[in-house]
Design a protein around this ligand. Structure first.
Ligand code: ADP
Ligand code: MG
Length: 295
């Protein structure tokens, strides 16, 4: 392609809200034959809400959420924000206790001391790490909600699991359509997420990606992209979070959701200024038109 063609292509992208940071980004996109999507905030809206609470001990719902809110108010994670928003509907913030020794365990959950009690909120593996036993009732409830594609979070107080919170983050309306277009264009699609296997499978079934990788930490996401490249795939990674930035950086084309974290935007070479996943198709189409036609 001539420099002029590349400039025109980049401009057309911009007019569609697809920011190609370089001519190289536009060039690489037409070779892509595999697209890896993050789940939360990429395939899903990224605005989770609490849809259910299961209490396992003798504690009132407001008292339970006071402990949860005091802990999660310190968290940057969308799941934490969802729990805090829900707590506001049950207890006025002036009645929330204070948390001490807050600690975020990336990809697993949070810990803090509230009212002299040790609070741990997060997934199965965090409970295991803290030697907290998960009662059958809790795992049953988790299973039910995860099968619906929801994220189930365990809440423990002084090593007892006292409740489970089900959080729902709906899939973006265009997600499954975009994945079926990619398939017709001859591209493979994968979903990678830090969430549980059951939740990941439920969402993957809804959007119909070819493969799923669950319980992936940021470095696992990047490693997966590297493995696909070793198998000979030219990989585009689409993500919105800090936890996606290592994978965005190693991918042949890193695509960040414009509404996502600054660190993801920095690591990517394509930015979708509109949150719609349509931009992925736009970028590949534009690249194919620019680099296949004029050689
Ligand atoms: P994703 O790739 O879906 O964005 P993360 O790697 O951020 O997921 O988190 C993985 C899992 O860790 C979540 O599904 C949740 O179970 C747990 N987790 C993370 N942060 C929190 C938090 N602030 N409160 C409770 N659980 C959390
Ligand atoms: Mg995400």
């Amino acid at each position: 392609a001539t420099p002029t063609a590349v400039m025109v292509g980049t401009g057309v992208g911009a007019s569609h809200g697809v920011l190609l940071k370089s001519g190289q980004a536009l060039e690489s996109a037409h070779k892509v034959n595999c697209v890896v999507f993050d789940k939360t905030g990429t395939l899903t809206m990224g605005k989770p809400t609490v849809v259910g609470t299961k209490l396992l001990m003798d504690i009132s719902l407001p008292d339970f959420y006071k402990l949860v809110a005091a802990t999660e108010v310190n968290s940057e994670h969308p799941l934490g924000k969802a729990m805090v928003e829900h707590a506001k509907t049950l207890v006025e913030t002036q009645f929330w206790p204070e948390a001490h020794d807050f600690e975020a365990i990336t990809g697993h959950g949070v810990k803090a001391m509230v009212c002299k009690k040790s609070i741990v909120i997060g997934n199965n593996s965090l409970m295991q790490q803290c030697n907290i036993e998960i009662p059958r009732e809790a795992s049953n409830y988790m299973d039910e909600s995860q099968k619906l594609g929801q994220t189930a979070v365990l809440v423990s107080v002084d090593k007892d699991v006292v409740g489970v919170i089900a959080v729902s983050d709906p899939v973006k309306p265009e997600a499954s359509g975009i994945i079926s277009i990619l398939r017709r264009m001859g591209l493979k699609s994968l979903m990678v997420t830090g969430d549980s296997m059951v939740t990941a499978n439920a969402v993957a079934k809804e959007v119909k990606t070819d493969f799923v990788v669950a319980e992936a930490k940021p470095e696992d996401k990047a490693r997966k992209v590297g493995e696909l490249q070793k198998e000979g795939f030219i990989v585009a990674m689409v993500g919105d979070g800090i936890n996606d930035s290592p994978a965005l950086a190693v991918a042949d084309v890193g695509v960040a959701i414009g509404a996502g974290s600054d660190i993801a935007i920095e690591a990517a070479n394509v930015v979708l200024m509109r949150s719609s996943l349509e931009g992925v198709i736009t970028a590949i189409d534009l690249s194919r038109k620019t680099f296949n036609r004029i050689k």
